[in-house]
Design a protein around this ligand. Structure first.
Ligand SMILES: Cc1ncc(COP(=O)(O)O)c(C=O)c1O
Length: 371
């Protein structure tokens, strides 16, 4: 009998369920023999990258024989200018996901606690567990992060606190006033990670300025990504803004070439292309209102969204509705694994995609289609 692989593994990872990505469009088309499947399951931008970005990427293709710039010099400079900091405040990641992992690996010692909202981004509990940290899970209240409860959950061994703002999967935000009150209760030994992957969709006078806490010398790490508003999910590029001492610790364990050359070129071009972002924001805003009206018309409840997706209560088994929608060629996300048995998370798509989703939803909810 050979030694089982599991007995050789790092014990911390044994309890982790692997991340389940949404089904790729091609796989479902093959399975169902359909040709026009739409995917509203991964909070991607339905618009392709802008022409400026595509041109920049195309001209970089000829240099793929070379490793990328391991320091991400030009992109970090551009990001530093944008945020009014010096480049040593910026670290790039293979998606902001990479940075969540780097922060946990760099700072969370085995047995230390991380305060995690629930339901929220599934990667937080996974990485905390993988490094031997203790997950202190704080349930959302009315679909929003309960910052009061999160502050109360902190103990002398709390090292990290994750604040997804807007939160995934509820698309709700915590406001500037709420964050201010929360930060007043956070001790200097705890690091607050502001995960702002969807910030572009959330802007408004009530949205907190998390970088202000960095300027005040607080222990914060602000995470942003090019995956959502900038339409670059496929290239994997995100970044953190943090104190240079924090960045330098993260750099010790960062893979030398963690952000590929096409991603760097594309992100740099995207930063110079605010018109693409504006177009996308307008489309998502209109799409949210279209979907709200349709949901209300169907008598369905939803959480008003500050992101490019909506949490929708379909009032019956979300996993059934998910499966019926699949047969109509529409991929969404059931929230069953979060314990929200009757909720779906649907990404706002193009106007055409939104109409198709609504049509399919009406059909399956009317019982015209059974599993
Ligand atoms: C809240 C949140 N944070 C971080 C990420 C990671 O994004 P990426 O790694 O593509 O930058 C996601 C992705 O969906 C997310 O929803």
């Amino acid at each position: 009998m050979s030694v089982p692989w599991e007995s050789l593994a790092n014990v911390h990872i044994l309890g982790i369920a692997p991340y389940e990505p949404g089904k790729p469009i091609e796989e479902l088309e093959r399975e169902l023999g359909l040709a026009d499947v739409i995917k509203l399951a991964s909070n991607e931008n339905p618009l392709p990258p802008s022409d400026r970005v595509l041109k920049a990427v195309t001209s970089a293709l000829a240099h793929l024989n070379r490793y990328p710039d391991g320091s991400g010099h030009y992109l970090r400079e551009a990001l530093a200018r944008r945020h009014g900091v010096t480049p040593d405040h910026i670290i790039l990641g293979n998606g902001s996901n990479d940075l969540i992992e780097l922060v946990a690996r760099a700072f969370l010692r085995a047995g230390e606690e991380a305060v995690i909202p629930h339901p929220s981004f599934v990667v937080y509990p996974m990485i905390v567990q993988a490094v031997g940290g203790i997950r202190v899970v704080v349930t959302l209240k009315d679909y929003r992060l309960d910052l009061g409860a999160m502050a109360r959950a902190m103990t002398p061994t709390t090292k990290l606190v994750f604040i997804a703002n807007p939160n995934n999967p509820t698309a709700t935000i915590v406001t500037a006033d709420e964050v201010e009150e929360f930060m007043a209760r956070v001790p200097d030994r705890a690091i607050v990670v502001f995960d702002e992957a969807y910030i572009e969709f959330a802007q408004g006078p009530d949205f907190p300025d998390s970088l202000a806490y960095l300027r005040q010398g607080r222990k914060v790490v602000v995470l942003r990504t090019f995956s959502k508003a900038a339409s670059l999910a496929g290239l994997r590029v995100g970044y953190a803004v943090a104190d240079p001492d924090c960045v330098s610790l993260l750099n010790r364990i960062r893979q030398p070439f963690n952000v590929n050359s096409l991603a760097q070129v594309a992100a740099l071009a995207a930063l110079q292309d605010d018109s693409h972002i504006l177009e996308c924001l307008r489309m998502i805003e209109a799409g949210r209102h279209f979907l709200y009206d349709e949901f209300s018309g169907m008598g369905l409840k939803y959480a008003p969204s500050r992101a490019n997706f909506i949490l929708l209560d379909v009032g019956r088994s979300a996993s059934d509705v998910f499966n019926w929608l699949l047969k109509e060629g529409v991929i969404v996300r059931p929230m069953t694994s979060f314990g929200m048995e009757s909720c779906l998370r649907v990404t706002v798509g193009t106007p055409e995609e939104n109409r198709r989703f609504v049509k399919a939803l009406k059909k399956v909810l009317a019982g015209a289609k059974s599993p």
